[in-house]
Design a protein around this ligand. Structure first.
Ligand code: ATP
Ligand code: MG
Length: 568
């Protein structure tokens, strides 16, 4: 294609809200254009890249036996009410009414829609298994849309759903999808890691995320230095910690601790390791139907509450902060809360590490007092769960190796769903014995538009994008140094035509602009190779360069086509 005909509105400056390289370069390079918070238009270059990525996704999925469909974006709310998610999904779900007062949602994910599709057309085990996917728009009214395509409100997702007669077959497909996803992200040139994950609002049992490793990633992932264990911090596990310091021995007593509230202050006041302090975190939990209540989470003073684990421990929809006035209303004192001598009817959750805890120090639920020498005896029906974050240096549950944090961008997520949706939506089939059974399901997502951002986060330099082979909008760019020089433009056009004949995806920068300006745009856009046609055409020579700086050589015009074809 010819640069002079294309709409590639490159910019010198990025918008003020753009902080990540991918956001800056995708806008400056004329790939995308902001329309509103979390909403973007794809311009010609962006659309080419998007289609190339979609194509890699489609090729691999089709090869794995999945079938592409396309579902409606506007979804009747009735399906969401039936599945129980109309309320549970929270504010990210955009709900609206039509002129007849019917409720609808804009699909943030399509489990309900796909179950409905299959329910109407699949009746027998003979039609199973099935893996159906689409590459379509999603809408999530994200609380903080940011980082360009990374966290949009409207975005493109590949969402796939598989249907099986039994759990084993679903697990087989889950593994096949894991392998297929690995192929997709490898083809796109990404350095990624597959990690264990929390299942979030989608529900179900086991799930895995595909994390592109990048410092700018919004997810913290825990990885083992010695084996290949990796998990999102929301789901990471470690070996129980053993505190080397002895427990502070004391008889159970109430102790005056005036204004001493923080773990740090308490630990220096009592001269004890924070491990022996009980930390209390108070939150307000929100549930279906608008129900809310205060919940106290108890953990070791040396640990931090992991909010997603905490949320899952009580099956709530959200946890929000609570202030000291609200605590006072129910008889609790901020800074002096603890598990012993609590006001009635306060819901409590204990971290696993407190089971059997002795010689502990905790708040006395009275201003300026703590208990010392507390031996915890938890009631039979106490809620006990893993609610704390794994820390760097903790030991791996698989090999005892040291765990460390790293940052990742979630580009894919696969779930073993089971019958979480087929049961409430009554999606059933007849098995070999003529018995009615709900479908056993898996679900598989890829953030297709987020992938553009993830690729650039991993592949850029201070000048612009460095697209990978299978994502680049063009394989090579022919740059005419001086368009007014007839010889230069003739030869450039000839190279361009010949490359096209060889089925090379080529862009020619035939704009009547200064050479330096065109080079800057070339570097910003990030096509992997360029043929520069300049003054040396007089000597029968052009320059061949690679965007990453590895290749810079002069080549005889008669050899240039072969050289490009070889490398591309
Ligand atoms: P996140 O934790 O980043 O909010 P999620 O876990 O809610 O994502 P899923 O429901 O697993 O997302 O959706 C499947 C995929 O869609 C994700 O792995 C991600 O790549 C992509 N995705 C999710 N939310 C967005 C968004 N707001 N903008 C762009 N892509 C998104
Ligand atoms: Mg996810």
């Amino acid at each position: 294609m010819k640069f002079s005909n294309l709409l590639i509105p490159t910019l010198k400056e990025a918008p003020n809200d753009a902080t990540l390289p991918s956001h800056i370069y995708l806008i400056r390079g004329g790939f995308i254009q902001g329309v509103g918070s979390g909403l973007y238009n794809f311009l010609p270059l962006g659309k080419i890249v998007l289609d190339r990525i979609k194509n890699v996704v489609k090729e691999e999925l089709d090869m794995a036996g999945a079938q592409e469909v396309s579902l409606g974006f506007v979804t009747p709310a009735s399906l969401w009410i039936e599945s129980g998610r109309f309320e549970k999904y929270g504010k990210e779900l955009l709900r609206f009414k039509d002129r007849k007062d019917n409720d609808f949602v804009l699909g943030p994910t399509h489990e309900e829609m796909m179950v409905n599709l299959v329910k109407q057309s699949v009746k027998s085990y003979k039609q199973l298994p099935l893996n159906l996917y689409q590459i379509n728009l999603k809408f999530r009214d994200e609380i903080r849309p940011r980082f360009g395509l990374m966290r949009g409100r409207e975005f493109l997702m590949k969402d796939g759903y598989s249907f099986h007669a039994n759990e084993d077959d679903m697990k087989r497909e889950f593994s096949l999808m894991e392998e297929t996803y690995k192929k997709i992200f490898t083809r796109l040139g990404l350095d990624f890691r597959v990690v264990e994950a929390d299942s979030g609002a989608i529900g179900g049992t086991g799930s895995k995320e595909f994390m592109v490793l990048a410092d700018s990633g919004e997810d913290t992932i825990v990885v083992c230095k010695s084996c290949d264990y990796g998990a999102n911090i929301e789901a990471a596990k470690s070996m129980p910690y053993i505190c080397e310091e002895n427990a502070p021995k004391a008889n159970f007593a109430k102790f005056n601790t005036p204004e001493i509230k923080t773990i740090e202050d308490l630990s220096s006041f009592f001269k004890i390791n924070p491990y022996y302090l009980v930390k209390t975190v108070a939150k307000k939990a929100l549930y279906d139907g608008g129900k809310e209540e205060i919940v106290l989470f108890f953990l070791r003073g040396s640990d931090e509450l992991q909010e997603i684990k905490a949320l899952n421990s009580i099956n709530a929809n959200d946890l929000i902060d609570i202030n000291s006035d609200e605590l006072e209303e129910v008889g609790l004192v901020a800074g002096f809360m603890g598990p012993f001598n609590l006001p009635n009817d306060i819901k409590t959750v204990f971290d696993n590490s407190l089971v059997g805890g002795i010689n502990l120090v905790c708040g006395a639920n009275e201003k300026d007092y703590h208990y010392v020498g507390l031996d915890l005896e938890l009631e039979k029906d106490a809620i006990i769960d893993d609610i704390v974050s794994v820390k760097e240096g903790d030991k791996c549950i698989h090999c005892g190796g040291s765990l460390v944090y790293t940052k990742g961008i979630e580009v894919g997520h696969i779930f073993q769903l089971g019958t979480r949706y087929s049961e409430p939506l009554k999606a059933e089939f007849l098995d070999e014995n003529g018995k009615t059974k709900p479908f056993v399901m898996g679900t598989y997502g890829i953030g297709v538009s987020r992938l553009l951002a993830a690729i650039i986060e991993q592949h850029h330099d201070e000048k612009g994008c460095l697209w990978s082979k299978e994502s680049t909008p063009f394989d090579v760019c022919v740059i005419v140094s001086n368009l007014k020089d007839e010889k230069q433009s003739d030869i450039a056009l000839k190279i361009y035509d010949e490359l096209k004949d060889k089925k090379i995806n080529v862009l020619i920068d035939d704009r009547n602009e200064r050479f330096g300006f065109k080079m800057k745009d070339y570097e910003l856009i990030g096509v992997p190779y360029a043929v520069i046609v300049g003054k040396k055409v007089e000597e029968g020579i052009v320059e061949f360069v690679s965007r990453d700086g590895e290749i810079m050589k002069e080549i005889d015009i008669s050899n240039i086509i072969e050289a490009v074809v070889d490398i591309v």
